[in-house]
Design a protein around this ligand. Structure first.
Ligand code: ZN
Length: 397
């Protein structure tokens, strides 16, 4: 080989090597950068409806939470949610005392009033004549500003918190500053007159050990003031009230009620396990469609891989999530592959006693009696009442 040609070849090889090195370093640079990533939770369309993932009970520094509204939005976006409601307590707020101290020299003497926070804990008493002096719309406004950057929906709301009388979330309010009254029922009615949807928070948490409501709560239900119930809140779920909720025609919810960071509450969430969510079946992700879906009870409460909701919706969600096909056989059984196209895992029971599971975006093979034409599967992590799971039939051919 001539010297010139050899040099050319060496130069060419060096170029390839340089290009490869540059590409490697570029790739490393991309992945070593901290970038916001969203954990998409894949769910099928069901009966023409999209399934939106929501957490409709969240606290921020504007009541007794530890984080700002914009952190709530960032968390929800990263966790794959589509909708949140900031529902700070009206009756219990920690930030004001600190803010007065922090801003003390900033606030003009003549505007400072008494220079201290007032009526910040009126859970079990009424506020004095000075009333509740803060702007209860700030949390929503801050969250909305951040959510608009990310395409997340924020619903305006508050938590009406009355100690022994129970706690209620009002969402789709229009002005949170016009809700409060020392009387609980009047406050709920004020919210309803703004068109709000009311749900009962952690209804079993006041040591209610029965499958019914305490009398004073029952009264609100009887008067038609309650639209829905949390069947799961934080790490608790309220199995004793499944039937009360579903047979009574109330909308089921599962929410986090987070006060601190979601990552601290659900450290293992991400794949095959998620933070509490209320799945909402709606045409669109806008206030009108979502409000209508809640009114029509098109929700499924997700908590620790349990799904609680109407029997028809559960069966339709399961049917839309999985496909079933015969992939082989032995002398005794058919080998039936169940493919789960959704992110949510399902525990399965078939032929009465056989048990198994199919994880999110995975497949499993079931042994099924030979000659079976129709396979009936019970997704045993779905509940339309206490101990009641739907049965879903699949044709085998
Ligand atoms: Zn709460």
């Amino acid at each position: 080989m001539k010297r010139g040609k050899l040099l050319l070849l060496i130069a060419f090889a060096a170029t390839i090597s340089t290009t490869a090195t540059a590409q490697l370093s570029a790739v490393r640079k991309i992945f070593s950068k901290t970038r916001d990533q969203r954990n998409e939770i894949i769910l099928p369309k069901v009966n023409g409806y999209n399934i939106y993932k929501a957490d409709l009970h969240l606290h921020t520094i504007y009541s007794d939470g530890d984080v700002t509204p914009s952190i709530r939005v960032s968390e929800a976006w990263a966790d794959g949610l589509d909708i949140i409601a900031i529902t700070d307590h009206m009756e219990y707020r920690r930030i004001e005392r600190d803010m007065f101290q922090y801003m003390g020299n900033y606030i003009r003497e003549d505007l400072r009033g008494e220079g201290k926070a007032v009526n910040t804990n009126v859970l079990n008493t009424s506020p004095d004549e000075r009333g509740l002096l803060v702007d209860f719309n700030v949390g929503y406004n801050r969250a909305k500003a951040k959510a608009d950057e990310l395409g997340l929906m924020v619903i305006r709301g508050v938590e009406i918190t009355r100690g022994k009388l129970g706690d209620y979330n009002a969402i789709f309010t229009t002005d949170n500053n016009k809700l409060y009254d020392p009387n609980l029922e009047t406050t709920i009615r004020n919210a309803r007159s703004q068109g709000a949807f009311i749900f009962h928070n952690h209804p079993q948490y006041r040591k209610n050990t029965k499958s019914t409501m305490p009398e004073h709560c029952e009264d609100f239900y009887a008067k038609g003031l309650i639209d829905g119930m949390e069947l799961a809140n934080n790490r608790s779920y309220y199995e004793r009230l499944f039937n009360y909720c579903m047979e009574g025609g109330y909308t089921p919810f599962a929410n986090s009620d987070a006060h601190n960071l979601i990552a601290l509450r659900y450290p293992d969430a991400g794949k095959d396990y998620f933070r509490n969510m209320t799945l909402i079946l709606a045409k669109n992700c806008d206030e009108k469609s979502i409000h209508k879906a809640l009114k029509e009870r098109r929700t499924i409460a997700y908590h620790a891989n349990m799904l609680i909701g109407r029997e028809d919706l559960l069966a339709d969600l399961f049917r839309a999530s999985v496909s079933v096909e015969i992939v082989g056989e032995t002398s005794k059984v058919l080998k039936v592959k169940v493919t789960n196209h959704s992110s949510l895992p399902y525990s399965l029971r078939w032929e009465g006693k056989r048990e198994g599971a199919v994880y999110g975006l995975s497949a499993t093979v079931l042994n099924v009696r030979k000659g079976t034409k129709e396979l009936i599967i019970t997704p045993t992590n779905m509940f339309y009442g206490k101990g009641k799971s739907p049965k879903v039939a699949f044709k085998l051919n």
